[in-house]
Design a protein around this ligand. Sequence first.
Ligand code: GDP
Ligand code: MG
Length: 163
Amino acid sequence: MTFTLAIVGRPNVGKSTLFNRLAGKRLAIVDDTPGVTRDRRMAEGRIADLEFRLIDTAGLEEGDPGSLSDRMRKQTEAAIEEADVAILLYDARVGLTTMDEHFAKLLRRSKTPIILAANKCEGKFIQQGIYEAYALGMGDPIALSAEHGEGLGDLYQALVETL
Ligand code: GDP
Ligand code: MG
């Protein structure tokens, strides 16, 4: 079986690092939505025997932290609409921010299943950053380190359970 996995979340949480970690061959991007093509990357992704289409969303600008820019909202909506499952990534070292909550709100409105994942969890366990996430009501976050390739077994498990 093959499926499409989108990585979404605010700038700087490590989406592209996770994309690069999971990505094999890059895929051409075809999208009619203005701005979306420029803002996304796609690849064939893999974790062990799971193979999927992978979408990275850009979120280049920080913008107003109190809301999501139209561009960020549009590309996130386009990605999750196209995806069979999406990872909402946040930074466990920073903890939850208002912007993470905006992303969570946006994703809760969609029918696409969401896997919440806390990134930058290598080394000492970032307990506070993990704990805070329960407030989102999206279940237990998966602890990842995209940079160090940690937590991919748990991500694999979550994907298999979600699909
Ligand atoms: P994006 O804006 O969400 O795509 O985030 P990037 O992938 O560009 O990463 C933003 C920053 O976080 C970069 O400096 C990365 O090196 C760093 N980063 C990404 N993953 C990890 C991680 O697992 N641990 C730590 N400590 N830093 C990370
Ligand atoms: Mg990026």
